[in-house]
Design a protein around this ligand. Structure first.
Ligand code: ADP
Ligand code: MG
Length: 893
């Protein structure tokens, strides 16, 4: 049906709906059964076989397949037995199963998050305004749209005032399209010309409207092109790309090592096929197969942890960027403060200021309050539990609440003085006007807003000074000031331009509201500062109010500069960039100014997070490295532009997300440290023994066992680690900081220690006579080497978890890691102890003295690492203290 070519009334009739009542419950349930949920179908999920096949695009698995082939050939031709090919095939199977299940898990986690992020909208159902999830909208629903909303489905407009919709995602048109409910268009009008329609997924940038839904889900215009929209998720994050480079580098080293092993072996007269297999297995052992998997896992865990702490990630790369964030620009009202306002003080000329509590009886204050309430849009509504609640903007609810508590109602006042028009509040103008019809046919103009923005009539110097003094004393006490001006006019402007009435207002008085800082905000700011993250407060409030709150929050010291929107406008971009480090508070700014602040900080090389909630904030949110939208008070426009949404609107949540972002990076770094030291030391043991002419210390099967069981399983649990105590006392992670920064030395040290004990164990078992055993043999040497390399790897996982001593860091915060480590150690011991099983893998029983040697050697690398950390931490603490002092000094500028 081409609803854009027929009238709204006919459209409603066609859809059996009602413009004032909406649909009833029965209709809704019938329609949802008929049309399904209002969702774009995801591109078909990858099938299991194709997921499995994809795993063999991975170099590691390919090399493994090669190894399986070789060992099978050996088994058939030379009668080597079938254990080896079977083990290798089992390892391949395990690798693939692990990869597939983890990938699935990660996908499901992201899926769940997408659901959490799902938008809602306002519809009429059974005659009541009801908030429903966008996915529950059906054709025939009457939706109510306002500025900042996301259009939930394709809909025919019934009525619209000043409606403009950003349809760029659909039509490519960057200017918002102006809409009109009463225009009929040709049947074949293209999407961009259907001015009486709104389309699913587009954003309302101005005005409001009522519309009837004509199509949902895949039937919508956006649904038709939805297949294009699905690909976004598959993109690799910068971190994943960088890590892929690491894996490639290590793989190259592995291949070179394998070639070297083959060459030396052949030179020493070893058999070709056996050497070939050893070389291929070495390559397999050295390739960090699990690394990329662990990164994906760590990222999704990070996203999930953030969600639990009220930060929903909309774009995956933001997880990483948060770890590098060095400046957080935050709105004051509602983010740093509670947004629970209440009127504290009132002042009208000619009398002292009145402190008000829950209620007031002061007649002058009441006159002022009544008029402020008339000029407000907050309403008293039933709360569904027999009581009442006040709905609306926090500033206005405070006014209406005080009036109600004092025994009067806004509704009664409005009945006497009905509204004749309104100029809505805008953050740019910082005021609003309502016009009321007086009984004598004239009109009362009430303008409320920022004291310094209201256009008052000229007044004597003394009077002006008195007002200013009252305002300043309010603002210095951190009160948010609302001033009221009024005028009586005979007629309204014929062109309907009510803004033209805003001049020569007579001054009525001011009210001061408190909006207490959030209790956790000051602490979060201090935590961020220690972590090298600067907090910048941005507000539309007056400079004095902003400055007072900023001091309460510990953001600035008394006397620090507060930059006003006017000062900002007078600065050139260059001046702003040059001085941006000295400003922590911006007051009386408009949303449009935020983008300049973001860009100035970025120009200074900082990584900037910026909060916002309104339509006008969207450009700044996009420009910021991490755009942060408010989940509760934010518009859908802001959310759509953001990288992260705060479900609790709380500044402290940003700081904990930063912490989580750092944790993700540090977990990945630890995994790199862990796997690299293990893999490199295996190469060293294999090559070292070959060069010394000692024989092969580890068979391919043993290498695979160690890699998959010994490294893989604890490694996966490492991704689970919570952040260590000092993560927020370091500087932000550099945007291009290498995974190896600060750990190259310790990786080298650990690799050397592992290789040394591994070789020593092999030598002892093969050549030395140890009491209590069956005498030296290659099998005994391999068994001891196997135990030592496996045990050191498992112990190593605890070393990499902390920069401090392993003995001081509790393991209780990651019990799965402990269990998996113990399990792996038990499994390896059992392999050696249970003879028939061990024999299958080429492991021989060894005497108690050999066991003791193996165990003793296994803890040596841990002790070496402890000694190193002891030395390094002294050094590091000293460096860190110096940095901190430097940082504090800078903060004082
Ligand atoms: P912020 O959100 O940073 O506090 P706003 O743009 O909301 O900044 O407010 C800026 C100024 O506009 C306030 O200091 C106040 O004087 C005025 N103001 C805020 N809300 C209202 C409102 N609902 N009606 C009239 N004036 C308002
Ligand atoms: Mg505000």
């Amino acid at each position: 049906m081409k609803y854009w070519s027929i009238s709204a009334a006919r459209t409603i009739e066609e859809l059996s709906s009602n413009p004032d009542y909406g649909l009833n419950k029965q209709q809704v349930s019938d329609l949802i059964a008929a049309h399904g949920p209002n969702e774009y179908q995801q591109s078909k999920p990858e099938s299991l076989p194709s997921m499995v096949l994809r795993q063999f695009k991975d170099v590691a698995n390919l090399i493994l397949l090669l190894a399986a082939g070789l060992s099978l050939a050996l088994a058939v031709r030379e009668g080597h037995g079938y254990v080896e090919p079977i083990v290798i095939l089992a390892v391949i199977a395990m690798n693939v199963i692990l990869a597939v299940t983890q990938e699935r898990g990660a996908e499901r986690a992201l899926e769940a998050l997408r659901d959490l992020n799902s938008p809602t909208c306002l519809v009429l159902r059974d005659g009541a305004r009801t908030e429903v999830e966008t996915s529950a909208v059906v054709p025939g629903d009457v939706v109510l749209l306002k500025t900042g909303d996301l259009v939930p489905a394709d809909a025919r407009l019934i009525e619209a005032t000043g409606l403009a919709v950003d349809e760029s995602s659909l039509t490519g048109e960057s200017e918002p399209a102006e809409k009109d409910a009463d225009v009929l268009t040709e049947e074949d009008a293209p999407v961009g010309d259907r001015v009486n329609m709104v389309f699913s997924g587009c954003l309302v940038t101005a005005g409001n409207a009522r519309a009837v839904v004509t199509a949902t889900g895949m039937q919508t215009e956006m649904g038709r092109i939805a297949s294009f929209l699905n690909d976004a998720q598959k993109i690799q994050t910068p971190l994943q790309r960088r890590l892929a480079r690491v894996v490639h580098g290590v793989s190259a080293v592995a291949v070179l090592a394998a070639v070297a092993l083959l060459a030396t072996g052949l030179q020493q007269g070893e058999e070709f096929w056996a050497m070939m297999l050893a070389a291929v297995s070495l390559a397999v052992a050295a390739v960090p197969e699990t690394l990329q998997l662990i990164v994906t896992l760590t990222l999704t865990r990070g996203v999930r942890n953030m969600a639990q702490r009220h930060a929903l990630i909309r774009k995956l790369p933001a997880v990483e960027t948060l770890g590098s964030t060095s400046v957080i620009c935050s709105d004051k009202t509602g983010t740093l403060t509670q947004n629970r306002m209440s009127v504290r003080r009132t002042w009208v000329p000619g009398a002292p200021a009145v402190e008000v509590g829950e209620r007031t009886e002061d007649p002058r204050a009441l006159v002022l309050l009544r008029r402020l309430a008339l000029a407000s849009n907050a309403t008293v509504e039933p709360d569904g539990e027999g009581g009442e609640k006040i709905v609306g903007d926090a500033t206005e609810t405070a006014i209406v609440r005080l009036l109600s508590a004092s025994g009067e109602t806004r509704e009664a006042l409005l009945a006497e003085l009905p509204r004749a028009g309104e100029v809505p509040f805008s953050s740019a103008r910082k005021m609003m006007t309502s016009v009321h019809a007086l009984p004598d046919g004239r009109f009362l103009v009430l303008t409320k807003g920022a004291f310094d923005r209201l256009p008052f009539a000229a007044a004597g110097a003394e009077e002006l000074a008195e007002r200013q003094a009252a305002h300043d004393s309010f603002a210095h006490d951190a009160l948010r000031v609302i001033a009221l001006g009024s005028r009586v006019v005979d007629d309204l402007p014929s062109d309907g331009d009510l803004e033209a009435l805003e001049h020569d207002l007579s001054f009525e008085g001011i009210v001061g509201l408190i909006d207490p800082p959030r209790p956790e905000a000051a602490e979060a700011i201090a935590l961020a500062r220690r972590a090298g993250v600067r907090t910048v407060m941005i507000t539309g409030d007056h400079a004095a109010t902003a400055g007072a709150i900023a001091q309460q929050l510990g953001l600035i010291r008394a006397g620090a500069p507060v930059v006003t929107g006017r000062q900002l406008a007078a600065m050139t971009d260059e001046e702003l960039v040059e001085n941006v480090r000295s400003y922590s508070v911006y007051a009386r700014v408009s949303p449009e100014d935020k983008i300049r602040i973001v860009e100035a900080w970025q120009e200074q090389g900082e990584v900037v997070a910026m909060t916002g909630d309104g339509v006008n904030d969207a450009p700044a949110l996009k420009a910021a490295d991490v755009g942060v939208a408010m989940g509760r008070s934010g518009t859908e426009v802001a959310k759509a532009a953001a990288d992260m949404v705060l479900t609790d609107d709380n500044f402290a949540t940003i700081v904990s997300a930063v912490r989580e972002g750092r944790n993700v990076f540090s977990n990945i770094k630890r995994t790199v440290y862990f796997l690299l030291a293990c893999n490199l030391s295996e190469i060293a043991v294999m090559l070292g023994a070959q060069l010394m002419g000692w024989g092969t210390p580890l068979t391919p099967v043993m290498l695979l066992l160690i890699n998959v069981l010994g490294d893989g399983i604890p490694g996966l649990n490492l991704a689970n680690d919570v952040s260590d105590e000092r993560i927020m006392s370091r500087r932000p992670i550099g945007r291009t900081e290498s995974f190896f920064s600060g750990i190259t030395r310790v990786i080298a040290l650990q690799t050397t220690a592992f290789a040394a004990v591994g070789l020593l164990a092999f030598w002892l078992g093969t050549f030395a006579w140890l009491p209590g055993g069956e005498g030296p043999s290659l099998a005994a040497g391999q068994t001891m080497c196997f135990l030592v390399v496996a045990f050191t790897s498992v112990l190593h996982v605890f070393t990499v978890r902390t920069r401090g001593s392993v003995f001081r860091r509790t393991v209780r915060d990651n019990m799965p890691l402990v269990w998996s480590a113990l399990g792996v150690i038990a499994a390896f011991s059992a392999l050696v102890l249970v003879e028939p099983v061990g024999a299958v893998f080429g492991l021989a029983p060894i005497g108690p003295f050999s066991w003791a040697c193996a165990l003793a050697l296994s803890v040596v690398p841990t002790l070496v690492a402890e000694a190193f950390k002891l030395w390094d931490n002294r050094h590091e603490t000293w460096l860190y203290r110096r940095r901190l002092v430097h940082h504090e000094n800078r903060g004082e500028e």
